[in-house]
Design a protein around this ligand. Structure first.
Ligand SMILES: [Mg+2]
Length: 128
C-alpha cells in the first residue's frame, strides 16, 4: 500500500486537471485517475476505485450533478467533492443534498483544497 488516499479528478478542462495534480503533489493524496467527461469518470471509477472524487459541476454531455448520481449508485459511501464556478451555487446545493460531501470553489487554492479534503477524510473515516 502506498499509504496515500486515491483521488480521481474529473474536469473538462486540461488546465484544471493539471492544477489539481500540481496542488496534490507531495500531499497525502494521490491522483490515480483523471477524466474529462462523466462517462469517462464512471469507467475510470470502476477501474481504479478511488476513495475520493473531485468532480467538476459544468461539463458537456453529462453534467457534474448527473455524474454524481451515477457514482453514488455505484458506491453510496464514496466521497465526492464538487468543484464549482461562480453561478452554480444553486446546483451545488442540490448536489450536497444528493450526497456530495463538500464543495470547492474555483479558482482552487492549494491550502483550502488540502484542508477540505483532509476534513472529509477524517469525517468519512478514510484512512491514509
Ligand atoms: Mg467545466
Amino acid at each position: 500500500m502506498s499509504g496515500r488516499v486515491k483521488v480521481m479528478a474529473v474536469d473538462d478542462s486540461k488546465t484544471m486537471l493539471a492544477m489539481i495534480a500540481a496542488h496534490l503533489k507531495n500531499s497525502k493524496f494521490e491522483v490515480v485517475a483523471t477524466a474529462m467527461t462523466g462517462q469517462e469518470a464512471l469507467a475510470k471509477y470502476h477501474e481504479h476505485k478511488p476513495a475520493l472524487v473531485l468532480l467538476d459541476m459544468v461539463m458537456p454531455e453529462m453534467t457534474g450533478s448527473e455524474t454524481l448520481e451515477h457514482l453514488l449508485e455505484a458506491d453510496q459511501a464514496l466521497c465526492v467533492v464538487m468543484v464549482s464556478s461562480i453561478g452554480t451555487e444553486e446546483t451545488m446545493q442540490h448536489c450536497l443534498k444528493k450526497g456530495a460531501k463538500s464543495f470547492l470553489q474555483k479558482p482552487l487554492l492549494r491550502d483550502t483544497m488540502l484542508a477540505t479534503l483532509d476534513e472529509i477524510c477524517q469525517r468519512a473515516g478514510v484512512a491514509s
